[in-house]
Design a protein around this ligand. Structure first.
Ligand code: AMP
Ligand code: MG
Length: 339
């Protein structure tokens, strides 16, 4: 199968494929998604197969009209409605008990479903023209960095899917914030994203960040978000987080110098890295820039033949939490201390 690259203006062609039960690459404001009719078990099976995704890792269902939410879930609590008013369309996924409109395979065998109303105009157009809710996980092969450009998605999916719609680079660069509800007033962040815990707090009386967001689950722990238990987002190179300031980071890296050793650093670290003769790639200065660039830089470093990538990690508040969450999984939870 040849994978066809479609322009944003050709989104209708992709929507026609979706209506026929085919699966296609879809730009969203978070990352590129691999979309298929959420109610069509064959389409969903094809998504799992193309990604090589474990069957117990549920797919997020995307809508482009608020009215399409109610049929998917047994009930929409007032807090969820309030969050939708504030954050939809946008990078927030809300998990609620599902109805049988959502096949078990789409939900990864769970009795809940995560629903999101994306803000990207091309994603919205594709969903509306398809006329059905669209299940779409990130468009990478399972375990790899998520694609933030159509070219990244093609690199993973060439020959596996009929088409990818090119909508340019993704604005957020990290996947949506995933939340569930502990009760009528408490929101639990299962996966951090561009909608931050601080922002959720402006609507929800209580916001809890699930312990699995930053910590490795110990065997036997109840997994609330199946995706969190897998090694994830990882390039071929070994990734390591190095804690410490720029000076200590550089001193540490100088001791690690060998072929294929790279540093992934903040823009403001570049001058010092250059002076020290350390091969470094910048991923921004603000949390938002780091989020937008993170996956792209990991792919770039793989292309350059990196064997080891030492990373200066952002702080764990705001959007920084979303970057740290991806980074610590890419690093297999290896955090080194530079002084
Ligand atoms: P991706 O499809 O690559 O964006 O990953 C979706 C993430 O959302 C995974 O980490 C899933 O485990 C999580 N997720 C989706 N649906 C649910 C659900 N019903 N319950 C818990 N986590 C979910
Ligand atoms: Mg993913």
């Amino acid at each position: 199968m040849n994978t066809k690259m479609l322009r944003a203006e050709e989104a209708a062609e992709a929507a026609a494929l979706l209506r026929r039960g085919e699966i296609v690459g879809m730009p969203t404001e978070t990352v590129y998604g691999l979309g298929g009719d959420a109610g069509n078990a064959d389409a969903v099976r094809a998504i799992f197969a193309a990604k090589g995704r474990p069957a117990d890792n549920p797919l997020i269902v995307h809508i482009a009209d608020l009215r399409d939410w109610a049929p998917l879930v047994t009930e929409i609590p007032p807090l969820a409605k309030a969050l939708a008013r504030r954050f939809w369309p946008g990078p927030l996924t809300m998990i609620l008990p599902r109805t049988d409109k959502v096949p078990e395979i789409t939900a990864g065998g769970l009795d809940t479903v995560g629903v999101r109303f994306p803000a990207h105009p091309v994603a919205q157009e594709m969903i509306r023209l398809a006329g059905v809710p669209i299940a779409a996980p990130s468009g990478n092969r399972s375990g790899s960095p998520s694609p933030t450009t159509a070219a990244h998605m093609l690199a993973d999916m060439d020959g596996r899917i009929p088409a990818i719609v090119d909508g340019g680079s993704c604005l957020c660069g990290v996947e949506s914030t995933v939340i569930s509800f502990d009760n009528g007033s408490t929101v639990r962040v299962l996966r951090p994203g561009f909608v931050t815990p601080e922002q959720l707090q402006t609507v929800a009386p209580n916001v809890i960040v699930d312990e699995a967001v930053l910590a490795q689950l110990t065997p036997g722990t109840v997994v609330r978000s199946p995706g969190m238990k897998y090694k994830h987002y990882a390039p071929k190179a070994e990734v390591m987080i190095v804690e410490g300031d720029t000076r200590h980071f550089i001193a540490y890296l100088l001791r690690k110098q060998a072929e294929g050793v790279y540093a992934l650093v903040f823009d403001s670290d570049m001058e010092a890295c250059d002076k020290a003769g350390i091969l470094a790639v910048p991923y921004g200065d603000t949390d938002e820039q780091c989020a937008a660039e993170f996956f792209a830089r990991l792919r770039e470093l793989d292309d350059r033949g990196a064997k080891a990538i030492y990373v200066r990690a952002p702080r764990t508040d705001g959007v920084g939490l979303a970057v740290y969450n991806r980074l610590i999984r890419a690093a297999g939870f290896r955090v080194l201390h530079a002084g």
